[in-house]
Ligand binder design. Structure first.
Ligand code: FES
Length: 188
């Protein structure tokens, strides 16, 4: 595994994509491609960015590694540790907090038997708290991998975890049955 990370380089598809992204910016401004390239690298590397992978991206963009470390450690979307197959990010910012985010975090910890930032022994789940994910109108909510789960309760959060653990297909979006962000009282 370590060797693989030390030898990290973009696969053919991502290499092509990285070049397309860099070409969007003026000559000499390749640094602007930092975020999308890190995102590509993270997806290719099981959703986390160890130092050799960050160094590869720095080299790719002809930047000092510190410029990449600064970005990676600032944004919660980047992981500097391995994460589980289902990466649960619980929004804890004010609108979600007022609507019960603490109960959602508690439900995750209780159901999975892990603390924040930890991964279950089977490698299936990691739970973390993050700041606003931009779906405040459907608070409280979590992001699991690329999907949002909204209008949560402790019960619905527990059911989502159970279903994921059982490999069942789960409904993304509102868990209260409302369409997008339509008013709760007026189901459309
Ligand atoms: S506060 Fe939770 S999505 Fe904005």
């Amino acid at each position: 595994m370590k060797k693989k990370q030390a030898d990290f380089k973009f696969n053919a598809k991502n290499l092509k994509m990285a070049k397309v992204i860099i070409a969007k910016y003026p000559e000499g401004k390749q640094r602007s491609a930092t975020l999308p390239l890190l995102e590509l690298a993270q997806r290719q590397n099981d959703n986390w960015l160890p130092v050799p992978v960050m160094d590869y991206v720095a080299d790719f963009l002809d930047l000092a590694p510190i410029k990449i470390y600064e970005v990676v450690t600032f944004y919660s979307m980047f992981n500097t540790e391995p994460v589980g197959k289902n990466f649960i990010q619980v929004c804890r910012t004010t609108p979600c907090w007022l609507r019960g985010a603490n109960e959602i975090t508690k439900a995750c910890k209780k159901k999975l038997g892990i603390g924040l930032g930890e991964t279950t022994k089977d490698g299936k789940f990691t739970v973390k708290e993050v700041e606003c994910l931009g779906a405040c109108v459907n608070a409280p909510m979590v992001q699991i991998n690329d999907d949002y789960f909204e209008d949560l309760t402790a019960d619905s959060m527990g059911k989502i975890i159970d279903d994921l653990a059982a490999g069942k297909k789960i409904q993304i979006g509102s868990q209260a049955g409302r369409q997008c962000s339509a008013p709760v009282e007026e189901k459309v």
